[in-house]
Design a protein around this ligand. Sequence first.
Ligand code: PHB
Length: 390
Amino acid sequence: MNRFALAAVGLATTFAQPVSADDVKVGLLLPFSGVYASLGNDIEAGFRLGLEEFGADSGATFEVISEDTEVKPPVALAKAKKLILQDQVDVMAGIVSSGVLGALRDVVHAAEVPLIVANAGNDDATGKACSPWITRLSFSNQQVNRPMGSWLHEQGVQKVFTLAPDYAAGHQMIDGFVQGFTDAGGEIVGQEYTPFRKTQDFGPYLAKAKASGADAVYVFYAGGEAISFVKQYDSFGLKADLPLYGAGFLTSPLYVNAEGPAAVGIVAALHYVPTIDSDVNRAFVSAFEEKTGRIPSEYAVHGYDTARAVAEAVKAGAMDRASLGNALRQVSFEGPRGQLSIDPATNNLIQPIYVYETVAADDGLTQKVLAQLPASADPANGCMLSAVVN
Ligand code: PHB
């Protein structure tokens, strides 16, 4: 037994553990209100579908308790404490915002409760602030953007202006892109960060982008902010002269129809699009569509794969916090995105990145895959998980 397992078993006796031998309590911490509410709902829909499909085969029954983080770190912190101390959940999953994940990290680590990150890309959570209790089944902010930086330069783009909301994810997504782009020889001619959750008028920022001499604009926006940004970019008349690129959340299938024609032609990078050509993905898309009436987004996939990971860990014999924590980092399966595995050095998911263009089809907007960029592990950045866990 290693240092981490010993510590985990020690504390497991302090907290009362599962309600009954075949009952696993899962706490879902997601935004069901605020700027990322639709993301939270899609993750939960994917999670419930995944539990329906894979839960029974695990031999356990599951109780799911959902809490609304409102995308606010103090609210999320209070809800996490409730799930840990009052509800005595065996495992927590969710977290959409990098800011919220950063705020929760120490509480999760100290309480020794496994947390599966089902969205937030905060690089530090699987880097310098990693924890054996935190496993990510979504993506990291740099993972999505760094390869897009070099790809964009290969397409002949030399000068870029960047824009993103002013919080952890905005900075890390742009930093990842800038690293890939400048390493390849590109130049950043200007950068702006817009007040998160407060910016309604992007006009002043778009004026700066236009005056910057850039060949293209690269952004990260998601949820309600993505919808406003894409529409304003188009109505500002910039799209023709200054092509818009970004992290693929910008034109997520979850809200691309709300963006409408303004989204057509935007090229972006992401770890999942519903048009991935595989049997596993086709089966997932049709099951999700049948259940919800909509095409699954990357958010739905995070929830679905998270449920599968919990079910696989339980099937492998894990039932309480300590054993779930250990088993989750070892799951590996083929999901809608392809073959998934967890980097033992950081607990981050390793996966390919897809460059896609939003195009108009007969029945609405769809995602045309232009390139598949190879899966690569993030730098561990001081995280030494492989030294402390088996
Ligand atoms: C994040 O805050 O990490 C975040 C939020 C929404 C996204 C992607 C990342 O779509």
